[in-house]
Design a protein. Structure first.
Length: 284
């Protein structure tokens, strides 16, 4: 009998079923480990805590891939392989979209539901996400003070300490531009990369040259626009965070000790690539 008649798909005889001595889907992906890592702490267990845990764990997995891609993009730029770096950045932008879209799943958590298990979270907070901080450092939002919350987590502290002392993707792009004949002040090329990036007016003129003749500087021009996309996407994630927090806890203080939404909103004023925005005012 055909599948259409039985409404049941026949399992083909060649399909492999014996995994005693073979690698399987679950063993390759270490699913036993992955799927035993969701451990609610509310007592009695609250139905919605699993949503809360999985929302964070999936975010951390995407952040892991984002770190991987951004680190590679930065090193490719340093190696003058800008075209390949753009491929990495294209993937990062899709990851950012996933991260931003997934706020809608958590937004189904209502204030009374969250209030029933928030107390169990103690002082745990996303502020202590070392991967989020790693991504911010890679994009250039350096802040040595952020390392303090990782003093009791040596691996995270070391990772962030390393990234703090390394150039960001933007630092490497500016060095690339200098190697390729564009004017980049020595103060930028030799800057202390552990410090937050400072707006440099001379660079706006450099970007004016690129934006004034895209055909001639196509690769640099495309990279500038990709960077603006990265920042735009990052801000969209921050905005959705603020709005989700507002609808779930209003203006309560955060479990991490901050003022809450007001503190989060201040991040919306930060920019990774200030000259790429400043140049827009100068065009036309
Ligand atoms: C019910 C859901 C959530 C609430 C109420 C919430 C609330 C907050 C608050 C109030 C802060 C400020 C720090 C503090 O005092 O705690 C914060 C920071 C943060 N949260 Fe969330 N959050 C939620 C979900 C998430 C999720 C799903 C993620 C994804 C990983 C996340 C990532 C972060 C990050 C990275 C920070 C640091 C932001 C910064 O430094 O600007 N949060 N959150
Ligand atoms: N800061 C949140 C708590 C929170 O969202 C959270 C708690 C534990 C693990 C991750 C969290 N996510 C983001 O801040 C709050 O104040 O309710």
């Amino acid at each position: 009998m055909s599948d259409a008649t039985t409404h049941e798909r026949a399992i083909e005889s060649e399909i492999v079923t014996d995994f005693k001595d073979k690698m399987s889907y679950g063993s390759y992906l270490q699913l036993d480990r992955l799927l035993s890592a969701q451990v609610p702490i509310s007592d009695p267990e609250h139905h919605d805590e699993l949503l809360f845990i999985i929302q964070h764990q999936t975010s951390e997995l995407w952040l892991k891939l984002m770190r991987h891609e951004l680190l590679s993009a930065r090193d490719l730029i340093a190696n003058d392989e800008l075209q390949v770096a753009l491929k990495r950045i294209a993937r990062v932008k899709h990851i950012q979209r996933q991260l931003t879209e997934q706020w809608s799943v958590l937004a189904t958590l209502t204030p009374p539901e969250y209030a029933q298990f928030r107390g169990f979270l103690g002082n745990a907070s996303g502020f202590q996400s070392y991967q989020y901080r790693a991504v911010e450092f890679l994009l250039g939002n350096k802040n040595a003070g952020m390392l303090r919350v990782f003093e009791s987590h040596p691996e995270a502290h070391e990772l962030l300490e390393t990234l703090l002392h390394e150039p960001s993707v933007y630092d490497e792009f500016l060095r690339y531009l200098s190697r390729h004949g564009f004017d980049v002040p020595a103060s930028v090329l030799e800057r202390d990369v552990t410090q937050g990036y400072r707006f440099t007016p001379e660079l706006v003129d450099t970007f004016k040259v690129i934006y004034g003749n895209p055909e001639e500087h196509w690769l640099a021009y495309e990279t500038c626009e990709e960077f603006v996309d990265l920042e735009d996407n990052f801000q969209l994630w921050r905005f959705r965070h603020v709005k989700t927090v507002l609808r779930i806890i209003g203006t309560k203080r955060g479990t991490g000790g901050s003022s809450g939404v007001d503190f989060l909103k201040r991040a919306l004023d930060l920019t990774f690539f200030p000259e790429l925005y400043a140049v827009r005012t100068e065009i036309g």
